[in-house]
Design a protein around this ligand. Structure first.
Ligand code: ZN
Length: 454
């Protein structure tokens, strides 16, 4: 039951539900969700997962006594699993025809503004809706946020009134008055339309150094309609590594839904090679998906640093010198490998960071990703490796002049500048471990002296 004022200002009680409050939203459905919340499958299985684009309320026939109408009891005509901003429109003029013209009363028309209603019930059993306060003539509109099921719509019944001069006779719609002075006719239509927004996503950096974290930011376009923020409910983020020919890390695996490794907003992921984020979300109740590509690069440095993934030797002519030297070279033979292993054993015996560098060296060697080239072919440098290339992935490779394994391979066989194989291995593996050159000496890295045997 609800209360309205009749046209003549008499407070009456009429039948029909009157819902006047617009439900407020909860923060957790309007803020980007953390990826740990999986509410529905990545790809919607049922359309029920989505809010409908448009529904029409099955408003029943206008009551000829009251002008009221409503959908049937227990009828659900729209389901909104996620908070959804909609524009609801009520239309249709009702005509009141007086049955006793002697009173001077004449036929008139009534629009839906303020007299139509739309209501929903959310999952907490709270109700919300509108009485269509905005509009004129035959059309009234309102924008509102719904979540749950639409289950109420119609027109309010119109009130009773009292005629002066006829012994105060009550006349109007109220059946208890037993004076049917009016006939109401016409009908009402109420439709509900979901506003559309698209998903947007972008990285905090499109080009990132291998080993660093990229944050994926997500939102909607537009981001709001008037005072309504566009509801955003995260539905997972996929990760698709690029082909190794496009900078992908060969050891990087595709990830479905759980690509975000940092479970705080925004999504964060450690990048080991180029690839594409594919986030999904319910944007104003509708499942949307987009893609965001990230290009991984090793840190730019001077001297012997390589700045690209494992060289594509089929493209030899377009490669730089460091890459060409790797293509020209080959993994160590048994003698060379024995000298390298001896140098690594020395590094390991030093302990600490030197063990880390030796382990990186083992990984690179065991994959055949350390190539020895002829020193005389490429006299400009003694080796090279991508900074931050790590122990695995597309940037984990080393090129080294074979002079270090063939001539200057231990403390008893140093070159003219006092360096040997262990020093060079420490230098290049330190690069893979993200070590940089000393600012005043490109021949050394942070740990090349410490792990290089002096
Ligand atoms: Zn270097």
């Amino acid at each position: 039951m609800g209360f309205i004022f009749s046209r003549r200002g008499v407070l009456t009680v009429v039948s029909g539900t009157v819902l006047i409050s617009v439900g407020c939203t909860r923060d957790d459905v309007t803020q980007p969700a953390t990826p740990g919340r999986r509410l529905f499958p990545t790809t919607p299985v049922y359309d029920l997962d989505n809010s409908p684009d448009q529904v029409s309320a099955p408003v029943g026939a206008t009551d000829p006594w009251t002008g009221g109408s409503s959908v049937g009891t227990g009828v659900t005509f729209g389901t909104y699993p996620y908070a959804t901003v909609v524009v609801a429109t009520a239309s249709g003029m009702l005509t009141r025809t007086p049955n006793y013209s002697a009173t001077g009363d004449v036929a008139d028309s009534w629009g839906p503004t303020g007299n139509a209603y739309l209501g929903y019930r959310d999952k907490y059993n709270s109700t919300g809706g509108t009485n269509f306060p905005h509009g004129s003539g035959s059309t009234a509109v309102d924008t509102l946020l719904v979540q749950g099921v639409l289950e109420a719509a119609g027109r309010n019944g119109y009130g009773a009134r009292q005629y002066d001069g006829y012994n105060g006779v009550w006349c109007g719609a109220q059946r208890p008055e037993h004076n049917r002075c009016d006939d109401w006719s016409g009908g009402s239509t109420i439709t509900v339309q979901r506003l559309n927004a698209e998903m947007t996503a972008w990285p905090d950096s499109e080009v990132v150094v291998v080993g660093s974290v990229v944050h994926l930011l997500q939102g909607a376009t537009p981001s709001s309609w008037g005072s309504f923020g566009v509801p955003f409910v995260g539905a997972g983020v996929d990760w698709i590594p690029s082909d190794t020919s496009n900078g992908g890390d060969p050891n990087d695996q595709p990830v479905t839904y759980w690509a975000c490794q940092q479970y705080i907003s925004p999504c964060g992921r450690v990048i080991t090679g180029s690839g594409t984020f594919r986030p999904a979300a319910y944007i104003n109740g509708k499942w949307k998906q987009t893609t965001v590509s990230v290009r991984a690069i090793p840190a730019v440095n001077s001297g012997d640093n390589a700045t690209h993934p494992r060289p594509k030797c089929e493209n030899y002519a377009s490669l730089d010198s460091v890459a060409k030297s790797w293509c020209d070279g080959s993994p160590p033979d048994s003698t060379q490998r024995a000298r390298i292993d001896a140098a690594l054993a020395n590094m390991r015996s030093i302990g600490g960071i030197c063990v880390t560098l030796a382990n990186i060296g083992d990984a690179v060697l065991n994959r055949g990703d350390l190539h020895l080239y002829s020193t005389s072919s490429w006299p400009g440098f003694g080796g090279g490796a991508p900074q931050g290339g790590g122990a695995s992935g597309g940037y984990s490779w080393v090129t080294l002049a074979n002079g270090w394994t063939n001539n200057y391979y231990d403390a008893s066989h140093k070159d003219g500048s006092g360096r040997d194989l262990q020093q060079l291995l420490a230098h290049e593996f330190d690069h893979l471990n993200n070590g940089r050159h000393l600012t005043n000496d490109n021949s050394k890295t942070t740990h090349s002296d410490q792990c290089g045997g002096g």
